[in-house]
Design a protein around this ligand. Sequence first.
Ligand SMILES: [Zn+2]
Length: 353
Amino acid sequence: MEAAAPGQAQTVLGAVDAAELGITLAHDHLLFDGSFMYVDPADRGDQHLADEEITLANRGWVAYHWTSNRHNINLDSEEIAVAELGRFLAAGGRTIVDPTNLGLGRDPLPVARIAEATGAHVILGAGYYLGGTHPDDMDERSVDDLAAEIVADVRHGIGDTGIRAGVIGEIGCTWPWLPNEQKSLRAAVAAQVETGAPLMVHSGRDPMSPVEIAGIVDEEGGDLDRLTICHIDRTCTDRAWLADLAATGCYLEYDLFGNESSWYPPNPAVDMPSDAERMDVVLWHFEQGLAEQVLLSHDIATKHRLHAYGGLGYDHLVTNVLPRLLARGLSEADVRTLVVDNPARLFAFTEGR
Ligand SMILES: [Zn+2]
């Protein structure tokens, strides 16, 4: 199997023409180890709920306090992933970008088996997530060391699996920035430039974070139009701020569709927007002529968001959100821009340098 040529996307089963990606989820996780997210239940009376399996009786609590149940923060079943992804395909979806990378339990062989079993195109991540998940010797690794690791994952395959990463990310950045995270981002940019792969960055939970990330990408000679800033919906939805960020040329990823609870455990200072508010922002992008920089997804990384545990699943966007966007006045072509054309442009490799 050859690595992706310019114009092709790189899936876990090999390179495909970007035109074949079809309806694409830009950011969702199939298998995921979210142990790093765990926080004890705030209420002492709820301690026992931390280790309970998810049931109908506790599902409401788990969904509200989704970082405080140890089962919830691990997507650990290939069988469930196959069934859930199958529903996305049955709804008309074709491709899922799974930016699970180092720190999030990336495991390419089972992901490739899921792709094989479902027939979905699956694009897997590379590079390092948040500093809290970095390996112990991260201090000793240089930007060049880290860049070489990412280039190897993209060009030659992850370990000896022969399975190649097709996206660099989600590169983890907290706020305020940790020095090793900035180093990992600089390495990711160098690898992006060398390989022509797309770059995806999990920004810190502060409006300054995406601005600084774009600055570093620019400083390192990266292509801002190959950069995606994830989780815009929980970072800032101020329209002037969005316009400034879009002016850098990057993609703005609204990847928390399906989160309909305003309580956001990782940052209680932020009220999580609803899908209706996300759709308002998407329509604003069209009004501003900025729709070609928009990506949509759910960032599913917990059990409670899967159908198997009472959630809306990977098909929510296609089944529920796209019809609502059409009802709000978008055309079929507009919707195609969001979920087909934009991902096809971004996830197609460009010529490396
Ligand atoms: Zn994610």
